[in-house]
Design a protein around this ligand. Structure first.
Ligand code: FES
Length: 155
């Protein structure tokens, strides 16, 4: 086993232990927007090309919003940046509006299947008004390298 792989496993294990103490639940995303001004429209396109238009709101985490509407984004590590199963492609004009990915996100994207230049981890995208009309597409498949193969169940 290569030392690079071992280092990665150690890092993921450390993140898992840390994050399991403070998991983000996604409860906020299950609340409806309080006013029309809060609405951020999002279109998810699944791997079969089927389109889902949903009304998110300012502050929503894109991955948990997808879970609310039963869109197949796995999110194995529950937003702790220890997997790449929340991988999406962001339409270029919106990709350019996002803050650049953190090093930890880049590390996980390096492990993602079907990586493209507009790939991001959906659990790291927080909606704001500038993202109204956001379009994201799910990749053909994701790879679950999470330490215990955990797959969370949507609420
Ligand atoms: S859910 Fe694991 S990095 Fe997003």
């Amino acid at each position: 086993m290569s030392s690079k792989f071992l280092t990665l496993v150690q890092r993921l294990t450390k993140r898992y232990i840390h994050s399991s103490q403070s998991l983000l639940s996604g409860e906020y995303e299950y609340q409806d927007p309080k006013s029309p001004n809060d609405i951020v429209n999002v279109t998810f396109i699944d791997k079969e090309g089927k389109s889902y238009q949903v009304k998110g709101k300012i502050g929503d985490n894109l991955m948990y919003l997808a879970h609310r509407y039963k869109i197949e984004i796995e999110g194995a590590c529950e937003a702790s940046l220890a997997c790449s199963t929340c991988h999406v492609y962001v339409k270029q004009n919106f990709y350019d509006k996002l803050p650049p990915p953190k090093d930890e996100e880049e590390d996980m994207l390096d492990l993602a299947a079907f990586l493209k230049s507009n790939s991001r981890l959906s659990c790291q995208i927080i909606l704001d008004k500038s993202l109204d009309g956001l379009v994201v597409t799910l990749p053909a498949a994701t790879r679950n390298f999470y330490v215990d193969g955990h797959t969370p169940q949507p609420h």
